[in-house]
Design a protein around this ligand. Structure first.
Ligand SMILES: NC(=O)c1ccc[n+]([C@@H]2O[C@H](COP(=O)([O-])OP(=O)(O)OC[C@H]3O[C@@H](n4cnc5c(N)ncnc54)[C@H](O)[C@@H]3O)[C@@H](O)[C@H]2O)c1
Length: 243
């Protein structure tokens, strides 16, 4: 029996990268997965998984859309045990090169979207007295990462929101943790260019980038009952990165 047998999870940003990897691993561990993404190609991920998966197009910064996601997940699978707040954007720029629009864009997706997601599932989880929320932050929320001003700011916010939510929701039986991937080999980091990603690799003691599957393994653990006493934690999955 899988580590997530019988559980139902919403996974955002599931069309590719870490979200798609989590979707596959969750299903392999016995979960039913309700996948969302603003990119309609997430439907193909659900199709690959089969009847234990369902896809709905949704922009996580759209509040009313969250009500539709929760209603559809309940209709399809009957409950929500897990929320993986994974969707995010990364448009690196220094403070000097960050204008109001770029800042707002990061805020709306990486910060507001995660807040709306947590808010949308609390009542449903509280009714069962149990739930696990995993918020995908970043190594950029552990230190000051050069040239990623708006991105880092919102990921620090994810770390802070997770800590506060963990305290608020513990009496309801809901666990909230943030994870902090280092440099993970997904389409997101193509914007860095090969040269910069090679420099990053020299700052990772394992001397290689992480994989989406390695991140998914941590998400499965935090979602599972094996992590029943873990809340408010911030867990790095970064090969010991010093960047
Ligand atoms: N790849 C890395 O090195 C790395 C490192 C640290 C943290 N992260 C975080 O991990 C998460 C997943 O990243 P990834 O590497 O898989 O990236 P990715 O770009 O490959 O995938 C992100 C997915 O999120 C979706 N998305 C973007 N904005 C959305 C929105 N408003 N609503 C719904 N879906 C939206 C995209 O369509 C895409 O499918 C992100 O939160 C990212 O910030 C990634």
């Amino acid at each position: 029996m899988g580590n997530l047998y019988g559980k139902v999870a919403i996974i955002t940003g599931a069309a590719r990268g870490q979200g798609a990897a989590a979707a596959h691993l969750f299903a392999a561990e016995g979960a039913k997965v309700f996948l969302t993404d603003m990119n309609g190609e997430g439907a193909a991920v659900a199709e690959e998984i089969g009847s234990d998966a369902f896809f709905m197009q949704h922009d996580i910064s759209d509040e009313s859309g969250w009500s539709r996601v929760v209603a559809a997940a309940l209709e399809r699978f009957g409950k929500i045990d897990i929320l993986v707040n994974n969707a995010g954007i990364y448009r690196p720029a220094t403070l000097q090169n960050t204008d109001r629009n770029l800042f707002d864009l990061h805020y709306r997706v990486n910060q507001l979207g995660i807040f709306l997601g947590m808010s949308a599932v609390v009542d449903v989880m509280a009714k069962t007295g149990k739930g696990s929320i995993i918020n995908v932050a970043s190594g950029a929320a552990m230190r000051g990462m050069p040239g990623t001003f708006a991105y880092s700011a919102t990921k620090w916010a994810v770390r802070g929101m997770s800590k506060c939510a963990a305290v608020d929701l513990a009496p309801l039986g809901i666990r909230v943790n943030s994870i902090h991937p280092g440099v993970i080999d997904t389409p997101m980091i193509e914007v860095n260019g090969q040269e910069l990603n090679a420099v990053f690799t020299t700052l990772i003691p394992f001397r290689r980038l992480g994989t989406a599957d390695e991140v998914a393994a941590l998400v499965v653990f935090l979602a599972s009952d094996a992590a029943s006493y873990i809340t408010g934690a911030e867990i790095a999955v970064d090969g010991g990165a010093i960047l």
